[in-house]
Design a protein around this ligand. Structure first.
Ligand code: HEM
Length: 128
């Protein structure tokens, strides 16, 4: 049986990998470097994000904390949707090159917000 601490370590490792892979792809995209030619950079984010979300769902189940019940998890899920949309624009083939830095920076801000929410278990980072 999985231990909660073990799964949390897995979740946090995937968070680091996921953000790292996004930073690499976003930076290369800004430099107009054809990163899609590199199979690892195309495939790895899907694998990492699947493990990230699976571990999240597992912890939701095991800790009995649910989005739309616990406000910090509601904030996390909504901010995750924002991050996904902004990330898609930052990396999207149809995004004008001059708009990319804006989407990239906004996506990084949204994921930083998610990490803050996770660490404080508060939608306002415990500042409210
Ligand atoms: C990019 C997306 C995500 C990031 C950056 C992220 C980040 C984190 C971090 C850093 C922690 C560890 C907090 C600590 O040290 O205690 C954590 C824990 C956790 N995350 Fe995530 N997470 C993400 C997505 C999600 C999603 C989508 C869910 C659920 C729907 C989720 C549910 C949880 C739960 C239940 C915990 C454990 C909380 C506890 O120990 O009580 N995470 N997350």
């Amino acid at each position: 049986m999985f231990d909660i601490l073990w799964v949390k370590h897995l979740h946090v490792t995937c968070v680091g990998l996921s953000i790292g892979l996004f930073v690499v792809r976003g930076s290369l995209e800004l430099l107009s470097w054809p990163w899609r030619h590199w199979r690892l950079l195309r495939m790895a984010p899907h694998l990492v994000d699947t493990v990230l979300l699976s571990s999240a769902l597992w912890m939701v189940w095991r800790t009995g904390q649910y989005p739309f019940v616990d406000t910090w998890l509601t904030a996390k899920v909504l901010a995750l949707l924002v991050y996904i949309v902004l990330g898609r624009f930052a990396l999207g083939k149809n995004t004008p090159q001059r708009q990319r830095p804006l989407f990239f920076a906004a996506a990084l801000l949204s994921v930083a917000y998610i990490v803050g929410v996770a660490l404080t278990r508060s939608p306002v980072w415990g500042l409210g």
